[in-house]
Design a protein around this ligand. Sequence first.
Ligand SMILES: C[S@@+](CC[C@H](N)C(=O)[O-])C[C@H]1O[C@@H](n2cnc3c(N)ncnc32)[C@H](O)[C@@H]1O
Length: 229
Amino acid sequence: MQEKHDIGNLFNRIADTYDTLNHLLSFNMDRYWRKKAVKRLQPCNTLLDVATGTADLSIEILRQNKARHIIGTDISHAMMQKGIQKINRRKYADRISLLYADASQLSFEDGSFDAVTCAYGVRNFSDCQKGLKEMYRVLKDGGQLLILEFSYPDNACIRKLYNCYFTRILPYIGRKISKDKTAYSYFCQSVKEFIWGQDMTQTLEHIGFKSAKYHPLTFGITTIYTATK
Ligand SMILES: C[S@@+](CC[C@H](N)C(=O)[O-])C[C@H]1O[C@@H](n2cnc3c(N)ncnc32)[C@H](O)[C@@H]1O
């Protein structure tokens, strides 16, 4: 388990190249995955986007007009700074605000939000259970939870190819472009060690979420999780 400040520092170091590498390493699929995930949201008033990073999910939510007001939280100032630049360029500053906040200690009242989202964030939390419990606490009764996270393909052949790409090619390109020696190896390791599919929906239901479901995308490389409170 990585400490919170280590994770925050890691994302501070790679913030400049984060978006470029996301699009490059996923062959632009990350944009499609966020779009598909946001399509599953019902339009709502207030939404919290935990581990918002450079705000790509929050921006997609507004683009699809799925929330009136969004608060995005993160523990990396540099990632959020990139996000703020994009929000300003798109003139969304009156509808998206970004705040420094640790997912395991959110400063919002119980039941503050109609929806809580988190894209590629939960596996980075130093205490995932605590983060998920906080997401549950700040959600209104009947509110929607949407999580997007990496997972593993079921098909053995595709899993083999994916593993090869993931453990050899991706860390190499990540290292070359970000100029960071460890970030992209950590990234692969964190996906390998994290739960997915039914294990994740069971974890969500154990915390108290209802109707937890998982929806694999692109052979199961990534998975959308939905649930309600
Ligand atoms: C892989 S990025 C995902 C960013 C964005 N949601 C996206 O879709 O591209 C993971 C983000 O989680 C943030 N993060 C990690 N641990 C966190 C925590 N405990 N609380 C809040 N954010 C956290 C990191 O700083 C980073 O910006």
